[in-house]
Design a binder for this molecule. Structure first.
Ligand SMILES: *[C@@H]1O[C@H](CO)[C@@H](O)[C@H](O)[C@H]1NC(C)=O
Ligand SMILES: *[C@@H]1O[C@H](CO)[C@@H](O)[C@H](O)[C@H]1NC(C)=O
Ligand SMILES: *[C@@H]1O[C@H](CO)[C@@H](O)[C@H](O)[C@H]1NC(C)=O
Ligand SMILES: *[C@@H]1O[C@H](CO)[C@@H](O)[C@H](O)[C@H]1NC(C)=O
Length: 420
């Protein structure tokens, strides 16, 4: 509320509008005007008995009235302050207390409000520009300050894990920095496209510091998530057969799914797409796919980029940085289930729905439901979107991660309807 994001010049700016809760202030104002007038009316209309004592009384009553008016004005002032505080709390980013000690100067500089040069903007009603940093950053302001401590125009500290920690704590988007990010020489080390799609990058194209594994060989056998069981092994194992050979009725073949899109699938989004193999298979079919990823326990981002694919470094708590109705296809897997909270899945599903165009396909690929109830809840949710079920397969699989107990697995291809 009261805030709009606009793309201006070199980045996103947030604008503050002064209209939040102003109707409440208006009501207070009207109330005070009426009370003041009633006081005056009372003072002047009561019948005089003794003109002298009346004058005296009137005198007294005037001071009484002005006392009341002062009280009312003070009340209005307090309410306005309270409302401003509510507004700040709601908008969140205002609550980053920049007067605290230990706040990095660069952070203060970044968050400093800038008055619009030509005053109030007539269209949006805003008066100043505010850099956007998620309100959750307030809870991690020490970490944020650490992230913003560096020498301006110097090299950035090697602190990618600090940045990712902030993102995982909900501090998104991060503030921009005026320092040069670390580089790793990849000159002559990257494979040409399309060879790059299925060839592991050279070990020293990644800075392994802070990671458990120190080379790609080590990552090959790792089960990092349900979408990454040995997903760094592009040569042996199952990774290079995913989407082209099925191991169970829940594994749909990519060409079958593309056929359902009746030739209209050109760009896609893979939500939590492991090492990017879905995008690779799609690239071979001339479809451009963006893979959302974080570097949890492995250099997913570097790996996907080295394959010649598009990694989107973003947590799923963040609104997708795409405009409405952009994609022909969105694929998602168990990564959708952000911790089990029903509402969390709902927020994510609505955002997926937003970026998918009407007639586009949503491919739910091997979603592990903890139990039957979870499956029912998910089905109910999907049905509320009114998608056409082109494929819908419920199966059962041993959970490769964790207990190994058998779980209900749902795979589906759904077509987004035109809504009017
Ligand atoms: C002034 O106020 C007193 C009560 O404080 C009231 O009794 C009196 O009628 C008032 N006089 C006038 C002229 O309003
Ligand atoms: C990476 O390092 C491992 C271990 O030193 C080595 O076996 C492997 O061949 C290297 N792979 C690449 C692609 O650089
Ligand atoms: C990798 O990161 C560490 C610290 O995190 C740093 O000391 C080292 O210089 C980096 N290596 C390269 C090749 O950039
Ligand atoms: C992809 O595009 C290239 C160049 O236009 C074309 O030669 C190739 O046949 C296409 N591949 C597929 C699978 O459509």
């Amino acid at each position: 509320m009261g805030s709009v994001s606009l793309k201006i010049g070199d980045g996103t700016a947030r604008f503050r509008r002064a209209t939040v809760c102003s109707s409440a202030v208006n009501i207070l104002m009207i109330f005070s005007v009426i009370t003041t007038n009633l006081f005056a009316l009372y003072a002047f209309s009561s019948s005089p008995k003794d003109p002298h004592s009346h004058l005296h009384l009137l005198d007294k009553n005037f001071s009484l009235i002005s006392e009341q008016v002062t009280l009312i004005l003070r009340e209005i002032d307090m309410s306005q302050k309270k409302l401003a505080q509510i507004e700040k709390d709601l908008l969140g980013y205002e609550s980053l207390d920049l007067s605290r000690p230990n706040i990095a100067n660069e952070l203060k500089l970044f968050l400093h409000h800038h008055q619009l040069p030509l005053g109030k903007d007539s269209k949006s009603g805003i008066t100043e520009m505010v850099s956007s940093v998620g309100h959750s950053c307030e809870k991690s302001s020490d970490l944020l300050s650490q992230y913003m401590s560096y020498k301006a125009f110097g090299p950035c500290p090697n602190d990618w894990s600090v940045a990712q920690k902030l993102i995982l704590k909900g501090c998104e988007p991060l503030p921009r920095r005026r320092c040069f990010a670390k580089t790793i020489s990849k000159v002559g080390l990257l494979h040409p496209f399309p060879t790059s799609l299925w060839k592991a990058p050279v070990n020293n194209t990644v800075n392994w510091s802070g990671l458990g594994c120190k080379n790609f060989e080590c990552l090959k056998g790792k089960k990092l998530s349900r979408d990454c069981i040995g997903c760094f092994d592009l040569v042996n194992g199952y990774e290079n057969q995913r989407f082209v050979k099925s191991r169970s009725k829940n594994d749909f073949l990519i060409d079958d799914v593309l056929a359902l899109g009746s030739g209209g699938i050109r760009i896609g989004l893979d939500v939590g797409g492991g090492s990017g193999s879905f995008a690779a298979v799609m690239a071979e079919r001339n479809v451009t796919v963006v893979t959302s990823t974080l570097n949890v326990d492995a250099p997913f981002s570097e790996f996907i980029a080295a394959r010649g694919l598009f990694p989107l470094f973003l947590s799923l708590d963040h609104r997708f940085p795409f405009y409405d109705n952009a994609f022909d296809l969105v694929r998602a897997s168990s990564g959708l289930d952000g911790g089990g909270r029903e509402e969390k899945l709902e927020f994510l599903m609505f955002d997926i729905d937003r970026v998918l165009r009407a007639g586009g396909l949503f491919w739910l690929d091997n979603f592990y439901c903890v139990d039957e109830e979870k499956k029912r809840a998910l089905t109910r949710l999907i049905e509320r979107f009114g998608y056409k079920k082109l494929k819908w397969v419920v199966g059962e699989k041993a959970d490769i991660l964790g207990s190994g107990k058998s779980q209900v697995v749902l795979s589906a291809v759904l077509e987004k309807p035109v809504r009017v």
